[in-house]
Ligand binder design. Structure first.
Ligand code: TRP
Length: 450
């Protein structure tokens, strides 16, 4: 099975070059790996925690979506969606809230920082702390666990949240996943190779330092104006400069080939003036940004198209989230029609899934599993005769939890019982379809009538 990589982007603010180099570019590149299934989403529920300005949230969502698309994210090959389009996420967040110790949340860095700041001012510990801020790591755990992500690329500041997600997942598995674990324990991926881009003053490029170079907003003009503000020493043209002490080189390097960078270093050592050095910096940035900017502007002029892309991304994501949520609801005892009374005489009238035997076009004996809605979950391999088929059905019914749905090759799955392959699914399923299907099969087996 492919590795599921998932990350969220909080929709406040406007992307700058630091976001592009540190997060967007490497994430888009990672999707070129055939063995990766990528889930990238706009974390707009998270944005509500820090921003109470509706116009800014809406604007930022568009800008960030357009930025990722312009940077080459292919929505057909990834799951690219808006968090608030997936109602299963807040639902899962509540389930997780109910198994998360308050003490665990007390230890979250963001919350502790807020308390420390209040103490310093002599205010009450929890002054201005909302439950949104306090429970933020639980919502983040829900984002990740909803899709059973294996790897989560994040900045260092988020590593603690991943540890919390693992704790919460393990506790949930322990409480409700005795038959089989419900959640994968996710891992944080912090890429030390990916440089944090320095800003105009040589510190980390960050909105809070007001030292950023905009990526698309304001066009080429805004990049030029920001580069003009990069701090340099006062050496004149012709005087040798120390490239490694300059604030220009790290930014240049992030956009140039290593050969270009060598030439740049040498030119500075030989006295290239700062003005010209800045012009060359603008050139390498523009070489990469200009073509994307055109795409960005086209997208921003058509917000409805962006909405369509996000909506179809949500549909794809929900094909996984909806059946999984049904399984989770059943696991905690919220399953619709779940009966508390077992035993004869109290059978639920609810529709159940069932097996149906049939003869295929070539006259071979097969059976199919239909879910409660009558959808085919799988078609068995041909059996010798109806009796053998019946016996196999009986075996499955007597031990539905022993049936495993396992990935097969890269594009299908097998239904296996006691090392016997019962069915092979159609090849050519996308990862999302495969995962949704295997969860649906498991659910149908749980819901078998007699
Ligand atoms: N909290 C993350 C940040 O501020 C954004 C985020 C929300 C996220 N949900 C996530 C990141 C899930 C990774 C996985 O950067």
């Amino acid at each position: 099975m492919n590795t599921r990589v998932l990350t969220g982007i909080t929709t406040t603010g406007t992307p700058h070059l630091g976001n592009y180099v540190g997060a967007i570019r490497p994430a888009v590149r990672s999707t070129q790996d055939q063995n990766v299934d990528a889930f990238f989403f706009l974390a707009d529920y998270h944005a509500l925690i820090k921003c109470e300005d509706p116009a800014r949230i809406a604007r930022s969502r568009l800008e960030i979506a357009a930025t990722w698309l312009a940077a080459g994210l292919d929505p057909a090959r990834t799951h690219f969606y808006r968090q608030s389009d997936i109602p299963e996420i807040p639902e899962l967040s509540w389930m997780l809230t109910c198994v998360t110790g308050k003490g665990l949340m007390n230890r979250a860095h963001a919350y502790k920082a807020a308390v420390d700041a209040n103490r310093e001012k002599g205010d009450e510990d929890d002054d201005g702390v909302t439950m949104g801020l306090f429970s933020y790591p639980i919502l983040m755990a829900a984002d990740i666990l909803m899709f059973n992500a294996h790897k989560v690329p994040v900045g260092r500041d988020q590593v603690q949240h991943l540890e919390m997600a693992r704790d919460i997942a393990a506790r949930f598995n322990h409480l409700y996943g005795s038959k089989e674990p419900l959640f994968v324990l996710p891992e944080a991926v912090v890429d030390d190779e990916v440089a944090t881009l320095t800003g105009l003053d040589g510190r980390k490029m960050s909105k809070s330092y007001n030292n950023t170079i905009p990526l698309f907003e304001g066009g080429a003009k805004a990049i030029k104006a920001a580069v003009a503000r990069i701090v340099t020493d006062s050496l004149e043209p012709g005087q040798p400069k120390d490239p490694f002490a300059s604030n220009l080189l790290p930014i240049y390097q992030a956009f140039a080939t290593s050969a270009q960078t060598q030439v740049y270093i040498k030119a500075l050592q030989e006295g290239l003036g700062w003005g010209q050095a800045k012009e060359q910096l603008i050139e390498v940035i523009e070489a990469q940004v200009a073509p994307m900017r055109e795409h960005y502007e086209t997208l921003m002029a058509r917000p409805d198209d962006i909405e369509d892309i996000l909506r179809s991304g949500a549909k794809k994501a929900r094909a996984i989230a909806t059946p999984f949520m049904e399984q989770l609801r059943a696991a905690v005892g919220l399953g619709a029609g779940q009966s508390v009374v077992s035993g004869k005489g109290h059978k639920s009238k609810r529709k159940a899934s069932k097996f149906v035997q049939f003869k295929d076009e070539s006259g071979r004996f097969r059976f199919r599993l239909l879910d409660a809605q009558g959808q085919t979950m799988f078609v068995s391999l041909p059996q010798a005769d109806p009796k053998t088929a019946g016996a196999l059905i009986g075996k499955i019914k007597s031990a539905p939890s022993e049936v495993a749905v396992v990935a097969h090759d890269t594009d299908g799955y097998q239904v296996v019982l006691d090392a016997q392959v019962v069915a092979i699914a159609e090849p050519g399923l996308s990862f999302g379809e495969l995962q949704a299907r295997s969860q649906a099969v498991a659910l149908a087996l749980q819901e078998l009538g007699d």
